[in-house]
Write a protein that binds this ligand. Structure first.
Ligand code: NAD
Ligand code: ZN
Ligand code: ZN
Length: 354
């Protein structure tokens, strides 16, 4: 499924997948979630390197491997990731590979039948029967996992869980508030519950989302259209504010709420993605007088090789309800309508089954 031009509906076309070159792998895609980022690509919000081959929250089976591939072999069940770390850049060498700024993708392009090169969304391009990726983009996990569920760890769900447990370093006994309970916010709630947070406060403007948030482990909910989130979070945390507040919306007003709703010296994690025109104006003294830490979280500061197998194992043990993120299973031809449902807030994730 490709996006040929800015704002145009997606199109189902024939795609040519080259044989895997050195370090490359062809994956037979089984399932791929529909993420907001796919829509952002279609709207020209990422870059203008059209046409895009969309889809990036995927799981599948390794079909063939190129020369020198040792990480996976044909038949392996894998989740695709967009953080195949290089091991060589300054961040990797300083022991911070989750900040790697030279991650690997396949070198050869996938193309249209006329030879036009496609840009794969996040270097993956998995709204297709098969896709070509770098071997480091394939993380082997337990094949007992439902592929529709497993694939979601490849982006939004990992971003949310990681924002909570990697970036926010939430721990047993912490109080937590999560602003925005879409797929990413609910994943943050599930992550906070997993590590034993004492109180988990979900904030959204939509009561349906707040109901779903309870299913992921929220202990309290606040409708931000009816109550002031800052005062209510403080009330629910004995007047202190939450130890960790996660902004999974990514707007100046929600970030300010997160900032003021945290405990003195607490942590704010920004995982929602602001648009480039958004700015923040606040008294600088408020930063100084509160201390604590203000963080952003890209892809939940995850390391796929470390985090995916563990989270799949916890899901298979029934300790992490990842299956709740799958709102519906659809065909490739339903992606455009899935974008509309996403926009209307009717789904957490629509998952394309291939
Ligand atoms: N940092 C990363 O690596 C990363 C990865 C994936 C997605 N994201 C970002 O995370 C954000 C959330 O993604 P999602 O898939 O959950 O989106 P979503 O649209 O499903 O969820 C957003 C939620 O926020 C709620 N909301 C909107 N305005 C609000 C307000 N003022 N107060 C409270 N709630 C409000 C909506 O009702 C909705 O439930 C997006 O910005 C997305 O781009 C970040
Ligand atoms: Zn690196
Ligand atoms: Zn995504």
């Amino acid at each position: 499924m490709i996006s040929r031009a800015k704002g145009e509906p997606v199109e189902l076309v024939e795609v040519v997948i080259p044989d895997p070159g050195p370090g490359e792998v062809v994956v037979d895609v089984i399932a791929c979630g529909v993420c907001h980022t796919d829509l952002t690509y279609r709207e020209g919000g990422i870059n203008d390197e059209f046409p895009f081959l969309l889809g990036h929250e995927a799981a599948g089976t390794v079909e063939s491997v190129g020369a020198g591939v040792t990480n996976v072999e044909p038949g392996d069940f894998v989740i695709l990731n967009w953080r195949a770390v290089c091991g060589q850049c300054r961040a990797c060498k300083r022991g911070r590979p989750h900040l790697c700024f030279d991650t690997y993708n396949a070198e050869q392009p996938m193309t249209l039948t006329d030879g036009t090169a496609l840009t794969a969304a996040l270097g993956i391009g998995a709204f297709a029967d098969k896709t070509l990726v770098h071997e480091g983009q394939c993380t082997k996990v337990d094949p007992a996992a439902d592929p529709a569920v497993a694939g979601l760890l490849g982006c939004g769900v990992m971003a949310g869980i990681g924002a909570a447990i990697n970036t926010g370093a939430i721990n047993r006994d912490d109080t937590v508030a999560v602003i925005g309970c879409g797929g990413v916010g609910d994943a943050a709630i599930a992550g906070a519950a997993l590590v034993g947070a004492r109180r988990i406060i979900a904030v959204d403007t939509d009561n349906k989302k707040l109901d779903w948030a309870r299913g992921f482990g929220a202990t309290h909910t606040i409708n931000a259209g009816e109550l002031d989130p800052v005062a209510t979070i403080q009330d629910l945390t004995d007047g202190f504010g939450a130890d960790v507040v996660i902004d999974a919306v990514g707007r100046p007003e929600t970030w300010k709420q997160a900032f003021y709703a945290r405990d003195l010296a607490g942590t704010v994690v920004l995982v929602g993605v602001p648009t480039p025109d958004m700015t923040l104006e606040m008294p600088l003294i408020d930063f100084f007088s509160r201390g604590g830490s203000l963080k952003s979280s890209w892809y939940g500061d995850c390391l796929p090789e470390r985090d995916f197998p563990t989270l799949i194992s916890l899901y298979l043990q029934g300790r992490l309800p990842l299956e709740r993120f799958v709102s519906e299973r659809i065909g490739l031809e339903d992606i455009e309508s899935a974008f509309h449902k996403m926009h209307a807030g009717e789904v957490l994730r629509s998952v394309v089954i291939l």
